[in-house]
Design a protein around this ligand. Structure first.
Ligand SMILES: [Fe+2]
Length: 73
């Protein structure tokens, strides 16, 4: 039995398909948050001669992932 709660929506997916999508979307959301956390960890801890290039790259990747997680901003 599912523990999820589906809210009313205007999309045309069937209730059964929506129910199946919930755990898949939750897993991808968790993956994206994990990627962001790892990018920030790398951003803060990168060392060496390529520091600034990698430091900025990890921050840019984090920003791009954030845009997918919070498209309204
Ligand atoms: Fe920085």
């Amino acid at each position: 039995m599912s523990q999820s709660k589906a809210y009313s929506t205007k999309n045309d997916l069937s209730a059964d398909l929506r129910e199946k999508m919930i755990p898949l979307l939750n897993a991808r959301l968790a993956d994206s948050i994990d990627l962001q956390t790892q990018c920030k960890q790398a951003h803060w801890n990168v060392k060496g001669p390529d520091f600034i290039a990698l430091h900025e790259l990890f921050d840019k990747i984090n920003e791009d992932v954030d845009a997918h997680l919070q498209p309204e901003r």
